[in-house]
Design a protein around this ligand. Structure first.
Ligand code: PLP
Length: 465
């Protein structure tokens, strides 16, 4: 390994372990072919280091496991819900809190309640389920990411909303056609990059001026708050919790996939300051998820989450977490792979378009690299490029191919799960791929569904470039 790069020290020790068997190269080859080159279709037991997602893959602490034993499984008004509600209210500053089993349900409930067909939903950048849920209700999801290459972009906060573009859009379409504006913190789809408090304030001010509710998609709120503390002037002496509270006070509602910064394996919620909206959403929640005080979760899940929300705000944890992401980024760069810089809060993104210029966009260079990483060392990553966000590209619609803005591969890092040695192992194998990258092949889609195609489509390798 490269001795010049300092590995961050873990602020915990390991109490319980789970063995992870390694397949040989021939068996990996057999498995990736059987999965039709779609890494979502691999069985987890055939993966050595699973960086598919940081969602629901966290390791829980001894305190969380202890809290699980305190779970009150009463159908209505459980003590565990009251603890969850108190903790969420304290951090997220919203009085009406509805639990849900994961983030996309919160999205579905919000859009089912407030969105009329043909209306617009602006976001700094939609995550794929937010986009799909908006489309599913007949809405039009639109992204307003700040242009990170422009000199006006604040250096570190490249997850920001493009305020001038958003403002002219609102004026053009009319506030009455925009039922909500969403800020995703951190901005997952542009690299897990943070949104500054200045940008949050400006977005909130715009929302107030046009009387449009501001909602947060807060899956990674603690990571975003830590970046503000570290990189935004004036926040050095604030606690991460104070920053989170200040951020949420500026909004009208929050949706959260708590499978990320809830430090648990399942859970989510939707919260609002608006009693009438809460009433309408609660009716739907009871219809599709469960009673209003458990929302598809067990009492023990609510306990694990309440403890997780307390632990995720610990600054030694966040320092290690953000440094470990930067550490993997530095190791991959040293191995010869171009990465998106600066690194964000939960993942390293490799620029596969730049790394594999011999593979045309319509042959999914990101997917080709993700397949190569699995073949080389059993690592599972995910393409965030034209397979996930593009359109067309199969045999029937080859001429309608619409590419995504970039061809990235995301190595998402589960919280408190893998050690620095695992990441050093990946970087050593990535260096081998860099040496033989011209031999990597593009892919074509054999079959795909209408929405969220990357989860279930089948692909095949193209032998001739
Ligand atoms: C920013 C963001 N919003 C929403 C979601 C959806 O959450 P869930 O997977 O819990 O449904 C995710 C999941 O990764 C996400 O990253």
């Amino acid at each position: 390994m490269n001795n010049k790069i300092q590995a961050p020290v873990e602020p915990f020790r390991i109490k319980s372990i789970e063995p992870i068997p390694q397949l040989d190269a021939a068996t990996r080859e057999e498995k990736i072919r059987a999965a039709h080159f779609n890494l979502f279709k691999l069985d987890a037991e055939h993966v050595f280091i699973d960086l598919l997602t940081d969602s629901g893959t966290n390791a829980m602490s001894a305190r969380q496991w202890a809290a699980i034993m305190e779970g009150d499984e009463s159908y209505a008004g459980a003590r565990s819900f009251r603890r969850f509600e108190k903790t969420v209210e304290d951090i997220f500053r919203m009085p009406y809190i509805l639990p849900a089993h994961q983030g996309r349900v919160a999205e579905n409930i919000l859009f089912s309640t407030i969105l009329k067909p043909g209306q617009f939903v602006p976001n700094n950048t939609h995550f794929d389920t937010t986009r799909a849920n908006t489309l599913h209700k007949g809405g039009v999801p639109l992204d307003f990411p700040v242009d990170a290459s422009s000199p006006a972009a604040e250096t570190f906060f490249r997850g920001n909303m493009d305020i001038p573009a958003l403002e002219s859009f609102v004026k053009d379409k009319g506030a009455e056609n925009i039922p909500v504006i969403i800020l995703t913190v951190t901005n997952n789809s542009v690299g897990g990059l943070p949104v500054s408090m200045k940008n949050i304030r400006e977005t909130a001010e715009l929302c107030r001026r046009f009387e449009i509710p501001l909602f947060f998609d807060s899956a990674r709120f603690a990571e975003n708050s830590y970046f503000i503390k570290k990189y935004e002037q004036g926040f050095e002496s604030h606690s991460v919790k104070q920053i989170a509270q200040e951020m949420f006070e500026l909004g009208d509602g929050v949706m959260m996939s708590a499978k990320k910064d809830g430090l648990a394996n399942i859970g989510g919620f939707i919260a609002t300051k608006d009693l009438e909206l809460a009433r309408r959403m609660r009716e739907l929640l009871i219809l599709v998820e469960g009673y209003a005080t458990y929302g598809g979760l067990a009492g023990r899940d609510l306990e694990a989450l309440a403890t997780g929300f307390e632990e995720v705000l610990a600054e030694d944890y966040l320092e290690y977490r953000i440094s470990q992401v930067a550490y993997l980024g530095s190791l991959l760069e040293a191995a010869g792979l171009p990465i998106v810089k600066p690194t964000g809060g939960h993942a390293v993104f490799i620029d596969a378009g730049e790394f594999l210029p011999h593979i045309p966009t319509e042959q999914f260079p990101g997917q080709a690299l993700a397949v190569a990483l699995y073949r080389e060392c059993g690592v599972r990553s995910v393409e965030i490029g034209s397979l996930m966000f593009g359109e067309g590209g199969d045999e029937e619609s080859v001429d309608n191919f619409v590419p995504a803005p970039r061809e990235l591969v995301r190595l998402a890092m589960p919280r408190r799960v893998y050690t620095n040695t695992h990441y050093e192992y990946i970087a050593a194998h990535a260096a081998n791929i860099a040496k033989k990258k011209e031999s990597l092949k593009g892919l074509k889609i054999l079959s795909q569904p209408k929405l969220l195609r990357h989860f279930i489509c089948d692909l095949e390798e193209i032998s001739q470039q």
